[in-house]
Ligand binder design. Structure first.
Ligand SMILES: Cc1ncc(C[n+]2csc(CCOP(=O)(O)OP(=O)(O)O)c2C)c(N)n1
Ligand code: SF4
Ligand SMILES: [Mg+2]
Length: 298
């Protein structure tokens, strides 16, 4: 129950208390700036003393993050943020430990450490910056790069199916997974706060734009003109509706198949999604996973 037991600050802290004096070196327009702003807003809300936060990262653009927050921090080595964070957390239970890691850092070189931290359910908050590319090393494809993408290391397009981080987390017996876009500051803060409250490993995937090496890779979901029709914000107990006219829903016709349906909002009663529904749908997910995994022949 770390959320309740870590010592709280006696004075109210603000966002400015968490801003460091280091120059932020991310490219102008990089999605990471907004994620940083969100976390600096959330830390005072969590309420711990500054010295009770520790940020641990690997290597990559995202991994520069600990320099920019005025807390304890550890800029680690490539792929090893999760084992370092595990050591920090188990040796000092007064620390709220936040892992900052990219899709290359946690899903390629650090994939093994990532899944085992999740399986062990260590009380870590893992912030996964998914820009679907190696940003720092200038544009090689990563395990989340879209099939067919032309990159520095796939001049004729990748021939690999990407990981879906959510599937990976659930497959590793994860107990908390959320996915959020980097252009919704309010929602990022809400999700980070929920992650902090979770007792165990929480993984938050940010759909983060790398404006230099993979611009618009998430545009279908994040583009402001079409976002309402391509995003569904799930909150416990609230109906699963979306669309710019708020007239599309999931699970209306048959909760087990989670079909999209368009409804007349004046005449239809919306089904509510609860945590208990989620437990039932876990079984469905398992079935779906079996179907989802494609057989490959060499
Ligand atoms: C052992 C080791 N192998 C390779 C590298 C080179 N390297 C540095 S960062 C990186 C990938 C970064 O990609 P990602 O984790 O997605 O972070 P991003 O830069 O996109 O935020 C690689 C391959 C390294 N630093 N150390
Ligand atoms: S290279 Fe991409 S990920 Fe790295 S700082 Fe620039 S925009 Fe951000
Ligand atoms: Mg990356």
């Amino acid at each position: 129950m770390s959320y309740e037991t870590i010592e709280k600050s006696r004075v109210a802290l603000t966002k400015d208390d968490f801003a460091s004096d280091q120059m932020v070196k991310w490219c102008p327009g990089c999605g990471s700036h907004a994620i940083l702003a969100a976390l600096e807003n959330v830390f005072p809300k969590i309420g711990y003393k500054k010295e009770n936060f520790c940020l641990v990262s690997g290597i990559g653009c995202a991994s520069r993050f600990p320099y920019y927050v005025n807390t304890y921090g550890f800029h680690g080595i490539h792929g090893r943020a999760n084992p370092i964070a595990t050591g920090v957390r188990v040796s000092n239970r007064q620390l709220s430990v936040w892992v900052i890691s990219g899709d290359g850092d946690s899903l390629a070189i650090g994939g093994n450490h990532f899944i085992h931290a999740i399986r062990r359910n260590i009380d870590l908050n893992i912030l996964l910056f998914n820009n679907q590319i190696y940003g720092l090393t200038k544009g090689q494809y990563s395990p989340t790069t879209k099939f067919g993408a032309v990159t520095k290391t796939s001049p004729q397009g990748t021939i690999e199916e990407p990981f879906m981080p959510g599937e990976l987390v659930l497959g590793a017996q994860g107990t908390f997974f959320a996915r959020v876009v980097d252009n919704n500051l309010k929602l990022m803060q809400e999700v980070m706060l929920e992650a902090a409250k979770h007792n165990g490993t929480s993984v938050v995937e940010f759909l983060q734009n790398c404006i230099i090496f993979n611009d618009n890779t998430h545009a279908q979901i994040t583009n402001r003109d079409t976002a309402a029709d391509n995003q569904i914000i799930l909150r416990d107990g609230e109906p699963m509706i979306f669309g710019k006219d708020r007239n599309k829903g999931l699970g209306e016709m048959d909760a087990h198949e989670l079909k999209e349906t368009t409804m007349d909002i004046n005449t239809r009663t919306l089904k509510k999604m609860t945590i208990e529904d989620g437990i039932v749908s876990d079984k469905i997910f398992e079935t779906l996973m079996g179907v989802h995994i494609k057989l490959k022949f060499c």
